[in-house]
Design a protein around this ligand. Structure first.
Ligand code: SF4
Length: 223
């Protein structure tokens, strides 16, 4: 078996162990691409609870994206303050909505016809929308095979040595992970990173991935 074949085999093994542990996840298809983009901007550097509270507050304050686009950045910031970084996020949201309104309408359905990479790059043209946010919207709301990488995904896949030193996580995972597995695998890696493979104190003894984790095995051998 070549190194690449071995890596792919390990990746599929990790995917399967995490599915056994956490169970299958159905994709939430109820949200529009624009809703997903705004929600993902709100989620930057905060937890799901604060993000959800900020989103609820946004829609208690405004009745439509038109109203949000017409509001000042200060008014938007006030509405979303539970998400933190509210001034920066308000600027991003206002920029997205005014940009869309000037170029056609308050939706992102025009991205449906573009390829995955092109969609991802188009989303990053909005100020304040980075690689991860653009990848989440591409994959979650537009069904484009782009693998989103956050701090948990980066840490877990590095410790498992699924990503080699010097490789780009986003590019490598987008290339390696089958399209149909991306959504669930992404969410499972995040959950595993939050609950078990924590940044400071990974729970290697209890980890379902220990058998094939070089970092965990080394750590336990040293203990
Ligand atoms: S064995 Fe430890 S380092 Fe490896 S994935 Fe599990 S928790 Fe993370």
């Amino acid at each position: 078996m070549t190194d690449e074949e071995k890596r792919l085999e390990n990746l599929f093994w990790v995917r399967d162990r995490l599915e056994e542990r956490f169970g299958p996840i159905e994709k939430d298809r109820t949200r529009s691409p624009l809703d997903t983009l705004i929600q993902t901007v709100l989620s930057q550097n905060t937890n799901d609870n604060n993000r959800d509270k900020a989103e609820e507050s946004l829609w208690r304050t405004f009745d439509s994206y038109e109203e949000v686009a017409d509001a000042t950045e200060e008014e938007i910031a006030e509405a979303i303050k539970t998400a933190g970084l509210q001034h920066q996020k308000a600027k991003t949201i206002k920029g997205i909505l005014t940009g869309l309104r000037e170029t056609g309408g308050l939706e992102l359905d025009y991205l449906d016809d573009l390829g995955a990479e092109e969609t991802w790059k188009k989303l990053m043209e909005f100020d304040g929308v980075g690689k991860k946010t653009a990848a989440v919207v591409s994959l979650f709301a537009l069904n484009k095979p782009i693998f989103p990488v956050d701090t948990h995904v980066r840490r877990v896949t590095s410790r498992l040595e699924l990503i080699k030193s010097g490789e780009n996580h986003h590019e490598t995972l987008t290339e390696l992970v089958p399209e149909e597995d991306m959504y669930q695998f992404h969410l499972h890696l995040i959950r595993h990173g939050r609950e078990t493979c924590k940044s400071r104190k990974p729970q290697c003894k209890e980890c379902v991935l220990l058998d094939r984790c070089p970092t965990g095995r080394e750590k336990l051998a040293d203990d």
